[in-house]
Ligand binder design. Structure first.
Ligand code: NDP
Ligand code: 8X3
Length: 254
């Protein structure tokens, strides 16, 4: 049985990818901070026949990552696929009004958390000369939009790290990919707007956004390519979204 590790599997894209991987016969290590939710996701995956190891920790803590991922039982260390998904946007402010705590949450999660996890898992993969790392980047890793400053910077960093990882891990036969989605309707905007559901819902009004399952299907395509094929970078957008800021919405929702 193959093993996949998905960070941030309590909701959205991470949960959908974990479900797709389980359907394809993977055993799963899933992570997130919301323990109860994580256990519920684990039970659902197990009811479909997968073996699941739920690990509740914060990717921002190097110590917690080390004890959870560095301390994996031997039978869970042969990780074939790592989905570096845990991430978030917090706030949407011009740079001069930025909230330092929001900046730190984004940088610590999206960049440092991804690094802490990758440092350990890439070594498991190096030992076996095999593995596939898929990083959740974003259209915000290719473009910068007004007030998105720090979130965009973290995703530009993910893009640079994807390239760096691919270069460094090339000689071990480890595949490294990134996926860059446009608007996906998940808990993302609710987190960005700090629980303001109304503001969050408005983001996805007047057009058909991507669903987490659409992104999961694209990731599964990447993973299922033959061993000699690596998709470096995939951008996936709603048909009604041309770039990070241009949408074709019903007139009342413009
Ligand atoms: P969700 O908010 O639905 O899911 C985010 C996941 O990340 C949750 O499972 C959350 O779990 C986890 N997470 C967040 N912070 C931490 C942390 N410090 N430690 C551990 N886990 C954490 O959002 P999405 O599914 O949309 O986002 C997933 C990824 O996709 C992110 O990297 C995001 O930047 C990226 N993305 C999203 C897009 C979108 O439009 N939705 C578009 C492009 C990229 P918990 O809260 O339980 O810790
Ligand atoms: C999430 C998509 O455009 O809000 O990464 O940055 S966007």
């Amino acid at each position: 049985m193959k093993i996949a590790l998905v960070t941030g599997a309590t909701s959205g894209i991470g949960k959908a990818v974990a479900e797709s991987l389980a359907e394809e016969g993977y055993n799963l290590i899933i992570t997130g901070r919301r323990g109860e939710l994580l256990n519920r996701v684990a039970s659902n995956l197990e009811s479909g026949g997968a073996k699941v190891l739920p690990l509740c920790f914060d990717v921002r803590s190097a110590l917690e990552v080390k004890s959870n991922i560095g301390g994996l039982p031997a039978e869970w260390r042969n990780i074939d696929v790592l989905i570096n998904n845990a991430g978030l946007a917090v706030g949407l402010n011009p740079i001069n009004e930025g909230v330092v705590d929001d900046w730190e949450r984004m940088i610590d999660t999206n960049v440092k958390g991804l690094l802490y996890v990758s440092r350990i898992v890439s070594n498991y993969m190096v030992q076996r000369r095999s593995g596939h790392i898929v990083n959740l980047c974003s259209i915000a890793g290719k473009e910068t939009y007004m007030n998105g400053n720090v979130y965009c910077a973290t995703k530009h960093a993910v893009a640079a790290l994807t390239e760096g990882m691919r270069l460094d891990l090339l000689k071990y036969g480890i595949r490294v990919s990134q996926i860059c989605p446009g608007a996906v309707e998940t808990e993302f905007s609710e987190v960005r707007f700090k629980g303001d559901k109304e503001k969050a819902a408005k983001v996805y009004k007047g057009f058909e956004p991507l669903k987490a399952e659409d992104v999961a299907a694209a990731i599964m395509f990447m993973i299922n390519c033959p061993q000699h094929v690596n998709i470096n970078d995939m951008t996936i957008m709603p048909t009604a979204q041309a770039n990070s800021t241009v949408f074709y919405k019903t007139p009342e929702d413009q």
